[in-house]
Design a protein around this ligand. Structure first.
Ligand SMILES: [Zn+2]
Length: 187
């Protein structure tokens, strides 16, 4: 096939190729570069990366202060920091909602899966993705309530959603937020 013919074909499909490529990119977790000013989410708020001479990671006044001395392993340090926050905050939310809902769960685990936000296993052990801690608290609460509802309703039928709505009336909005922002919840 002559080269110009192939080029002509690709050019005629250029719009489609560009559009599809943009769509695929949107779905993939955004790749962080760790340059000054890069935005990181925490509890739904955005913090701009800044290096400083301290020894701990601090989130304040819309800035993420990161120790200059640890810059060489920033991804690992940030991941550990987010995981610690996730464990602390999500554990508290699970305990709070379990009490409100009179739900019983066996244990609480944290996962590193990229696609799943929460799981309720058949034995009522609960598992949450630590990346959830980047989402607003109301969205975290929705996922917690969703999984706690599964301790008694092992399906997604009407009765399940009725019970979810009882404890988080705007759950559809929270679910939509997760769908739209999933690709931003990365470290
Ligand atoms: Zn479910």
């Amino acid at each position: 096939m002559p080269k110009f013919f192939i080029e002509q074909f690709i050019n005629s499909k250029k719009d489609w190729i560009d559009k599809t490529f943009a769509k695929i990119q949107q779905r993939q977790p955004s790749q962080k570069t760790y340059h000054v000013g890069e935005e990181f989410l925490f509890l739904g708020k955005s913090y701009a990366l800044q290096f400083y001479n301290g020894i701990t990671i601090l989130m304040k006044e819309e800035k993420l202060f990161f120790p200059k001395a640890l810059e060489f392993r920033i991804q690992k340090e940030l991941t550990n920091w987010y995981m610690r926050q996730a464990k602390e905050i999500i554990t508290t939310r699970v305990a709070y909602h379990a009490k409100q809902m009179k739900a019983e769960y066996k244990s609480l685990l944290f996962s590193d899966t990229k696609s799943k936000w929460g799981t309720c296993f058949p034995d009522n052990a609960l598992q949450f993705n630590w990346r959830l801690i980047m989402a607003p608290l109301m969205v975290i609460d929705y996922v917690v309530i969703h999984e706690l509802t599964h301790t008694t309703e092992k399906h997604h039928q009407d009765s399940f959603w009725r019970r979810v709505r009882l404890f988080t009336p705007a759950y559809k909005q929270h679910r939509k937020w997760l769908e739209q922002h999933a690709h931003l919840l990365s470290v």
